[in-house]
Design a protein around this ligand. Structure first.
Ligand SMILES: Cc1ncc(COP(=O)(O)O)c(C=O)c1O
Length: 487
């Protein structure tokens, strides 16, 4: 069964899922609604006003988009921030969508919905039997557990033991079966091994593998891509152009927004970044690193590498030092000297560690191309400092109290001083070399077939076909909802 072949495969599972949703009053949002959240009905938005964004309430499924207004509880304008030039030190504008304003405080919940919803409406998941397994190094398992909870489905989270304590606590509090696998951020192979072990133990474990499930990329293509296009038209001043999209890649879902943007803005440059300590795309490198959520020592199956123009690597030490600069009182005091208002400075806490990696990558690209004030770089601020408070504490214990002098050093030596080292503009054959790396993970280890691998490279319709599935999914979702609402 091909993963993009969305026929109803088990009518009994589908019937049970509809029954489950009926009992729990669960209606699924269509992708169209998440893309255009202002089309979510007035009545439903009124209900949302009374529901906290992190509450395990099924209506929160209607908040899996970029436009949550936290004050009113309804959907509002696109959530984004621009990092001022006083901070970036470059001419180009760097603007990022805000992941913190999703349920769970991270954008990954979107990818999990993109993977789960098609399974539910095509009868691939039996809620009375299956356990939804969310293998992840980052926030994907948080999103998966959140969505599973909303649907009253048993969930299983698999993540490396060195991930932040906040993640483990959060998952356990929500009743997930949690497995900690050996290693850190870049130990994805160990996560796969655990998945295989569970699958061998029982067929009740159903793996939602974000690295090979197209629902992940498709969610970003359809919703993140469209949201960025809309934002560009809202914020651009005369003469400005959308020059680049930057995404630090983990499962390569977020970067799929660039496949959408490429159609709308053909000249856009797309950059994938990773940790210098694990530069797999840049130099076939490997290693452990501390940028949680990215850089997993392999090329995800769902990554359309032909659409990539640049790769760059950022030292994980820099991202952690900038996390301190943006969040410690002495850091903010130093940045205040530039004359920026408090509100702007407070917004810096909206950047988690991989968001800072995105910011530094954008600065690098801007230096490489000598971008002017007419160039706009879009990126994603995937999650916020809220998920890394324990990291700040650890750094204070290790390195001592953060001071204004240290803030000055960090800003000058890291942010202002980003250069064009460890950044590579990809030729056709550089891209092909990255694509070919998929062979070793996916064909040799994970049982994919080489014909499909070749189709990803040689057959343009391969990607077009996947990225155009959404109207079919939406029809299935509408059908599903109407059966749930039948008395
Ligand atoms: C914090 C964070 N940043 C970045 C990413 C990378 O996003 P993607 O997996 O869509 O490439 C993730 C993925 O889990 C993440 O959790």
């Amino acid at each position: 069964m091909k993963s993009w072949d969305w026929k109803i495969i088990n009518k009994d599972y589908l019937r049970r899922t509809i029954e489950r949703c009926k009992q729990r009053h669960i209606i699924l949002p269509t992708f169209q609604q998440l893309k255009h959240p202002n089309t979510i009905s007035y009545e439903l938005q009124q209900k949302l006003e009374k529901i906290d964004i992190n509450e395990l309430h099924p209506l929160n499924l209607f908040r899996i988009h970029w436009c949550n207004d936290l004050e009113t509880g309804r959907c509002g304008k696109i959530n984004y921030i621009e990092i001022p030039r006083e901070i970036t030190g470059i001419n180009a504008r760097i603007i990022g969508l805000i992941g913190k304003h999703f349920p769970t405080g991270a954008h990954k919940v979107g990818a999990t919905y993109g993977c789960l919803a098609p399974y539910l409406v095509t009868g691939r998941f039996n809620p009375d039997y299956h356990k939804a397994v969310w293998p992840s190094t980052g926030n994907y398992c948080r999103g998966g557990v959140f969505n599973s909870n909303l649907l009253s489905v048993h969930s299983v989270a698999i993540l490396p033991e060195e991930m932040s304590q906040e993640r483990f606590t959060w998952l356990k509090e929500r009743g997930a079966e949690v497995y900690a696998t050996p290693g850190c951020e870049s130990n994805v192979k160990e996560i796969y091994d655990k998945c295989h072990e569970l699958e061998a133990k029982s067929d009740e474990y159903l793996i939602f593998n974000q690295f090979d499930q197209f629902g992940n990329a498709i969610w970003h293509y359809e919703i993140t891509g469209y949201t960025l296009e809309t934002l560009f038209h809202q914020i651009k001043a005369p003469g400005e152009r959308l020059s680049a999209y930057v995404s630090a890649t983990g499962s390569a879902g977020t970067i799929a927004a660039s496949d959408y943007l490429r159609i709308k803005f053909p000249l856009i440059r797309v950059l994938a970044s990773e940790a210098l300590q694990c530069p797999t795309l840049l130099m076939n490198g490997f290693g452990g690193h501390r940028i949680e959520g990215i850089g997993d020592k392999h090329v995800p199956w769902i990554h359309n590498v032909k659409n990539l123009d640049f790769v760059c690597a950022i030292n994980d030490e820099y991202t952690l030092r900038v996390l301190r600069l943006f969040n410690e009182p002495a850091g903010i005091e130093f940045l205040r000297k530039s004359g920026l208002p408090d509100e702007t400075l407070q917004n810096l806490s909206l950047l988690g560690i991989s968001s800072i990696c995105n910011l530094l990558s954008g600065i690098k690209l801007s230096k490489y191309y000598e971008y002017s004030q007419n160039d706009i770089i879009f990126t994603i601020f995937t999650d916020s400092v809220e998920l890394y408070r324990s990291r700040l504490k650890e750094m204070k214990e290790m390195w001592g109290e953060y001071t204004i002098q240290q803030a000055e050093i960090d800003w000058h030596s890291i942010v202002k001083n980003q250069g064009i080292d460890y950044i590579k503009e990809l030729s056709y054959y550089d891209k092909k070399a990255i694509h070919n790396l998929k062979y070793f993970t996916w064909v040799e280890q994970q049982g994919k077939n080489v014909e499909e691998l070749n189709a990803q490279w040689y057959d343009n319709s391969y990607w077009e076909e996947r990225f155009s599935i959404v109207p079919i999914w939406d029809r299935l979702i509408e059908d599903f909802n109407s059966k749930v609402l039948e008395s």
